[in-house]
Design a protein around this ligand. Structure first.
Ligand code: LEU
Length: 459
């Protein structure tokens, strides 16, 4: 075993770092928009079931590969079965593409923090907020500079290594994130009319449960839990051999879901309180367009706005760090580049994708790329849409499928289960059930999502 390799100094540090990876733009930016678009409580119910029944088992499978091999995602597959090295390589490709756009969106968040901090907050009418956002993201240079700054912050943490960089920062940032989120949520649910929003979040209308909701909930769960791309292999590889992985994975999934629900509670009631049910139509635009408008109408709104974007920034940062770390570990261990050299050399090709993503926010300037699905045939879509579809609809589900097939059928769930148990060595609760899910249920369910997205052209 490589003795110079980093390790988490404590199990709590590992849980917070992995929860930091899971809790990200997916929870606070995407999740409330999805709940709104897919009918409230029904989506929430499906989501929670999927996290528990599919997400958690897949996360355990990934963590076990990492911990067994103590290697980066490519090295891990290579050492367990050379022919499956490609599976690790696919993970790195997915991570590379995600990071290139995650940094741009992270940069948008930093810009908003800056706007609130400098007191240059926005005017109080609806249209200017939307104009502000649209003009900012479609500008040619500014979003790139903010994106570069965001990436710089990630590099700053990652070059410091596992325990003195990522773990130390996560242990400080994650409690801050919880405090901020809870205070925002308490403010939100006590606004007049907020109750309607709370009801919308939890009321289950059975007609809202259908194939579309299922596909959306599954895609959201994988993205949000950071599974299907090798992050959990990498983070699992830094866990000392004695630890039991089951408890940690349950905790990570629990924290991630808790934050998603709290974020829903912090955002949806606010939208209801100020704009009524029509406000829900803004979907993904909530965070950047609807919320500043809402903050401007509330007493103390500037502070509230600052707190919200700071929260989003912390969440995005700890997730982006995990993506960068997973790529860096690969370059560092396989090519023997230093951490600094790895992160900097990664940033060069990545910036081409980031530039393409950012420029294509503006229809006049943007690049188009081909996208193929069975139902619509070949389409030319803006580069940003293709990058998101490529990762969310294709690579992440494919990665999760391959990880399950590998653990379930190639490496074997009995070896993986032994790894999950850690020092304890007695079978963990539901071990057989876990094995059944990884071998049969998860692959079938993932194939269904791939069918809907690639053949039916959904999403
Ligand atoms: N889990 C993260 C999120 O919810 C994303 C992942 C790709 C690091 O934003």
């Amino acid at each position: 075993m490589n003795s110079k390799r980093g390790q988490w100094a404590s199990n709590l540090g590992f849980i917070l770092a992995a929860a930091g990876s899971a809790v990200g733009l997916g929870n606070i930016w995407k999740f409330p928009g999805k709940i709104a678009a897919y009918g409230g409580g029904a989506f929430l119910l499906l989501y929670v079931l999927i996290v528990a029944l599919i997400g958690l088992p897949v996360m355990l499978a990934e963590l076990s590969i990492g911990r067994a091999t103590q290697k980066n995602v490519v090295g891990a597959f290579h050492s367990l079965n050379r022919r499956w090295t490609f599976c690790g390589a696919l993970g790195v490709i997915t991570l590379f593409v995600i990071l290139s756009y995650y940094c741009i969106v992270g940069g948008w968040v930093m810009k908003y923090v800056f706007v609130y901090l400098t007191g240059a907050h926005f005017p109080a009418t609806a249209a200017p907020f939307q104009d502000f956002f649209v003009q900012f993201i479609s500008a040619p240079v500014q979003p790139l500079l903010w994106g570069a700054l965001f990436l710089g912050a990630c590099i700053f943490v990652v070059v410091r290594g596992v325990s003195s960089g990522i773990e130390k920062f996560s242990k400080f940032l994650m409690p801050c994130l919880f405090l901020l989120l809870i205070s925002i949520m308490l403010r939100a649910v006590t606004l007049p009319n907020a109750w309607e929003g709370v009801k919308y979040l939890f009321e289950i209308r059975p007609e809202a449960i259908n194939g579309d909701t299922l596909v959306a909930a599954l895609g959201q769960a994988f993205f949000s839990l950071s599974v299907g791309m090798g992050i959990m292999v990498t983070y699992g590889s830094y866990v000392p051999k004695k630890e039991n992985l089951l408890r940690s994975a349950v905790m990570i999934c629990f924290l991630d879901t808790l934050v998603a629900i709290l974020a829903g509670l912090a955002i949806v009631p606010v939208v209801f309180a100020t704009m009524g049910a029509e406000g829900l139509g803004m979907g993904g635009g909530f965070a950047f367009m609807a919320l500043p408008e809402v903050f401007a109408m509330m007493p103390g709104g500037v502070l509230f706005g600052l707190a919200f974007f700071l929260l989003l920034f912390l969440a995005a940062l700890t997730s982006a760090i995990s993506i960068l770390e997973s790529c860096t570990a690969f370059l560092n261990e396989e090519l023997h580049w230093s951490r600094l050299k790895s992160t900097l050399l990664l940033a060069v090709p990545m910036s081409l994708f980031s530039i393409g993503y950012s420029l294509s926010q503006n229809a006049d300037r943007g690049l188009n790329l081909p996208w193929l699905d069975w139902k619509h045939g070949l389409q030319w879509l803006p580069m940003n849409a293709v990058m998101e579809k490529f990762t969310d609809n294709l690579m992440i589900p494919l990665g999760a499928l391959l990880f399950c097939v590998f653990v379930g059928w190639i490496w074997g769930t009995s070896k993986a289960a032994k790894e999950i148990r850690g020092e304890a060595q007695k079978p963990f609760k539901l071990e057989k059930f876990w094995s059944f899910i990884v071998r049969y249920v998860a692959p079938v369910v993932i194939l269904i999502i791939l069918y809907f997205t690639l053949i039916q052209g959904q999403g």
